[in-house]
Design a protein around this ligand. Structure first.
Ligand code: SF4
Length: 328
């Protein structure tokens, strides 16, 4: 039997633009440039965190990888198969193996469906189980996520935010996926519940051999679950390295700014914390700056930064950074 590939997912130069209706007299078709050529590889069994401020394109990237959105350009290889070209049954099968957990547990569950039917949604779509076997699988999934089989006949409004997110996780697990895209799964939850959900996701990963793409805007929580982290800014990856390395040695000026904003629990160290606040606001993704997209806010911007987009370059130890400053 052939060895299974080390990388479960490979994304090459992925682009997703959302065209806007051009004005009557406008010659140029405008577009929201949500994802602007990202490339990454995810190892089997690892968690790759994707972080950045809201609007940086991280959720759009996740949804395009699973083809909830059609890519504008680029290639997605999952389990050795080209997702970008898949159609019909092949696409159904790829989607079965790539599931998604959504940010808002209030909005992502149909209020008119029972928890049992919600959890079994993908089982029903793929016609995998019926009757008693389907019911048993629902009970099993509820137990895996720390809920009771009796919860199957209840409706989403009867549950707390944390419990609803557990239902969302059970739904994602129902068809034994190998990759789960977690789209800000803890952002809408109380801090005390966030840790519980993160711990549960980690346990499930170990037990079931899952791979996660964990999308978050909160760098402090993503640190605990991610093996590696990609930092996104205006639709591009600006830094990608191991979680440990990113926190110990952030190289990109944007990452340095994001990390400096995290409060430190030790009051003495916190008193010394120096915040690096990028100037101004994030530019519009409809008309991003030339060259490096971060140049309008970067304290180190040079002439070359307006002329050339820096490429993601290895700085040693698999630490990738896109910044002209580091090439001088
Ligand atoms: Fe700043 Fe230039 Fe580096 Fe961009 S390329 S982050 S503008 S120094």
């Amino acid at each position: 039997m052939a060895a299974r590939e080390e990388y479960i997912l490979e994304v090459n130069n992925l682009v997703k633009h959302f065209p806007l209706g051009g004005g009557l007299f406008s010659k140029k078709q405008q577009a929201v440039q949500a994802v602007n050529g990202i490339s990454l590889k995810v190892k089997r069994g690892e968690t790759l965190g994707i972080v950045g401020e809201s609007g940086c394109g991280k959720s759009t990237a996740g949804r395009t990888i699973i083809r909830l959105y059609e890519p504008t350009a680029g290639q997605i290889i999952f389990e050795g198969k080209d997702v970008t070209k898949a159609q019909g049954n092949d696409l159904m099968e790829l989607r079965r193996n790539m599931q998604m957990i959504f940010q808002d547990p209030y909005a992502s569950l149909n209020p008119r469906m029972t928890v049992g039917d919600i959890v079994a949604e993908a089982i029903d779509i793929h016609r995998l189980l019926t009757g008693q076997k389907r019911t048993q699988r629902i009970f099993e999934l509820l137990k895996i996520v720390g809920l009771n089989p009796e919860h199957a006949n209840r409706f989403p409004h009867e549950f707390s935010g944390g419990q609803r997110q557990r239902i969302g996780i059970a739904r994602a697990l129902a068809v034994n996926p190998s990759l789960i895209i977690c789209d800000e799964p803890i952002s809408a939850l109380d801090v005390s519940i966030q840790a519980q959900v993160v711990n549960m996701l980690e346990e499930l990963q170990q037990k079931l051999g899952l791979t996660y793409l964990f999308i978050a805007h909160d760098l402090s929580m993503v640190k605990y679950i991610s093996h590696r982290i990609a930092v996104m800014y205006l639709g591009r990856i600006v830094e990608l390295t191991s979680s440990k390395d990113l926190y110990a040695n952030p190289m990109h000026p944007y990452t340095q700014g994001l990390l400096s904003a995290i409060p430190i629990p030790d009051p003495h160290v916190e008193a010394q914390r120096r915040r690096i606040i990028p100037k101004g606001n994030v530019p519009s993704p409809i008309d991003p700056p030339s060259g490096c997209y971060f140049r309008t806010r970067c304290p180190h911007a040079m002439d070359v930064c307006a002329k050339e987009a820096p490429e993601l370059t290895e700085m040693g130890n698999e630490h990738l950074v896109a910044c002209h400053l580091l090439k001088k």
